[in-house]
Write a protein that binds this ligand. Structure first.
Ligand code: FMN
Length: 371
C-alpha cells in the first residue's frame, strides 16, 4: 500500500516489530494524557492564510547555530535505533544527510559517535545524558567533539525515568545482540533485565539525579560546543537557561514519556519564545506529524522543529528509505502549507498566520445600527 503521510508508518512498525520494541517506541508516561495532547493541541490551532501572493518560488532553507540546512525540520534523539532496523542510526544519519538536515544522536544509541561519523559528511548534534561518573561524561563529550558533532543537546527532563507502564509490563530490556554502544568500552553498555523496566533500573543506577543549572556551566568548562537545553517548558527556566550560557532551547516534554499532564509542547512554546526575547533560538519537538504542524510551530516563534517517533517507525518499516520518505513528505507538506498561506520564505511566517484558542476573540466589524 502506498504511504501518503508520516503517521501511517506507526501501524506498519507495529506489525513488523516485536511487541516489546514497538511498545517502547510508541508509549508515553502513565495515563498518556500528554501523549494525546501533543497531537490534539496542534489540531486546535487554525490558519489565517493570506491570498494572492506570488508563491512560484518558495525558500525553505534556514540556519541553525550558524549551520545552513535545507529546511527547519530536524531529527530528535531517539535511543536504540537498531532495535527498529539492523542499520539503525547509520540509516538515520544517511537519510538526514541526504535531506540536508541535522540528526541528533542519542547518548543511548546502538551505534557509537565514531560509527555514525563514519557514515559520511553531515551536520550532527549529540544528545547528552549526564552520568553519575563525570569522567564518563567528559570522555563521551570529547569523543563526540572529535567525531565532528556540532552541538550538545543536554536533556534536562530525565533525572529519573518516567513511568512507562508498557515497558514495566513487558520487562523491557535491550535484545541481547545490542548494547548502548557509546558506553561499551566504559563497561556501562549493557542493560540488565529487571523486575520492572530494565531501562528504568539502568537510569536509576547510572544517571545523575543531582543534575542542576551549575552543571550547565560545568559542561561549558569541558567543551566549546554550543549547548542546547532540551526539555524546557516554562518562562522561568528559559531565563535561567539564558543566564547559564545556553546557546538554544528545545521546548520538549520528551515525547510525553516523562511527566504526564504537562502541556503539549506547542501550547508551551509561546511562553518560552516570549521569555527568550530573541536572545537565543527556541526549537520544539513533540507530536509534529504534518507540514502544517511545522508551520504552526514557526508561527509561534520556533526556529525549527525535531521529530522523534516518525523516525523510528519509518526505520522499522523501510530502513533508510523510510526515514528519507518521512523527511520528504514533511518537507513537501510544509512547502505546500507555506504556499497556501502566502509565505515564500520562513521570515514571512508570522503570528498573524494562525489563530489559537488562547488568542483574544477577534472583534468582527458589525453592521452599523440604522438610525
Ligand atoms: C523511542 C524514543 C526514544 C527516545 N530517546 C531519547 C533519548 O535517548 N534522549 C532524549 O533526549 N530524548 C529521547 N526521546 C525524546 C525525543 O528526543 C523527542 O523529545 C520526542 O520523541 C519528540 O516527540 P515525538 O516522538 O512526538 O516526535 C525519545 C523518544 C522516543 C519516542
Amino acid at each position: 500500500m502506498e504511504i501518503t503521510n508520516v503517521s501511517e508508518y506507526e501501524a506498519i512498525a507495529k506489525q513488523k516489530l516485536p511487541k516489546m520494541a514497538f511498545d517502547y517506541y510508541a508509549s508515553g508516561a502513565e495515563d498518556q494524557w500528554t501523549l494525546q495532547e501533543n497531537r490534539n493541541a496542534f489540531s486546535r490551532i487554525l490558519f489565517r492564510p493570506r491570498i494572492l501572493i506570488d508563491v512560484s518560488k518558495i525558500d525553505l532553507t534556514t540556519t541553525v547555530l550558524g549551520f545552513k540546512i535545507s529546511m527547519p525540520i530536524m531529527i530528535a534523539p531517539t535511543a536504540f535505533q537498531k532495535m527498529a532496523h539492523p542499520e539503525g542510526e547509520y540509516a538515520t544519519a544517511r537519510a538526514a544527510s541526504a535531506a540536508g538536515t541535522i540528526m541528533t544522536l542519542s547518548s543511548w544509541a546502538t551505534s557509537s559517535v565514531e560509527e555514525v561519523a563514519s557514515t559520511g559528511p553531515g551536520i550532527r548534534f549529540f544528545q547528552l545524558y549526564v552520568y553519575k561518573d563525570r569522567n564518563v561524561v567528559a570522555q563521551l563529550v570529547r569523543r563526540a567533539e572529535r567525531a565532528g558533532f556540532k552541538a550538545i543537546a543536554l536533556t534536562v527532563d530525565t533525572p529519573i525515568l518516567g513511568r512507562r507502564e508498557a515497558d514495566i509490563k513487558n520487562r523491557f530490556t535491550l535484545p541481547p545482540f545490542l548494547t548502548l554502544k557509546n558506553f561499551e568500552g566504559l563497561d556501562l553498555g549493557k542493560m540488565d533485565k529487571a523486575d520492572d523496566s530494565g531501562l528504568a533500573s539502568y537510569v536509576s543506577g547510572q544517571i545523575d539525579r543531582t543534575l542542576s543549572w551549575k552543571d550547565v556551566k560545568w559542561l561549558q568548562t569541558i567543551t566549546k560546543l554550543p549547548i542546547l537545553v532540551k526539555g524546557v517548558l516554562t518562562a522561568e527556566d528559559t531565563r535561567i537557561a539564558i543566564q547559564s550560557g545556553a546557546a538554544g532551547i528545545i521546548v520538549s516534554n520528551h515525547g510525553a514519556r516523562q511527566l504526564d499532564y504537562v502541556p503539549a509542547t506547542i501550547s508551551a512554546l509561546e511562553e518560552v519564545v516570549k521569555a527568550a526575547e530573541g536572545r537565543l533560538p527556541v526549537f520544539l519537538d513533540g507530536g509534529v506529524r504534518r507540514g502544517t504542524d511545522v508551520f504552526k510551530a514557526l508561527a509561534l516563534g520556533a526556529s525549527g522543529i525535531f521529530i522523534g517517533r516518525p523516525v523510528v517507525f519509518s526505520l522499522a518499516a523501510e530502513g533508510e528509505a523510510g526515514v528519507r520518505n518521512v523527511l520528504r513528505m514533511l518537507r513537501e507538506e510544509f512547502e505546500l502549507t507555506m504556499a497556501l498561506s502566502g509565505c515564500t520564505s520562513l521570515k514571512d511566517i508570522t503570528r498573524d498566520h494562525i489563530v489559537t484558542d488562547w488568542d483574544q476573540p477577534r472583534i468582527l466589524p458589525r453592521a452599523l445600527p440604522r438610525l
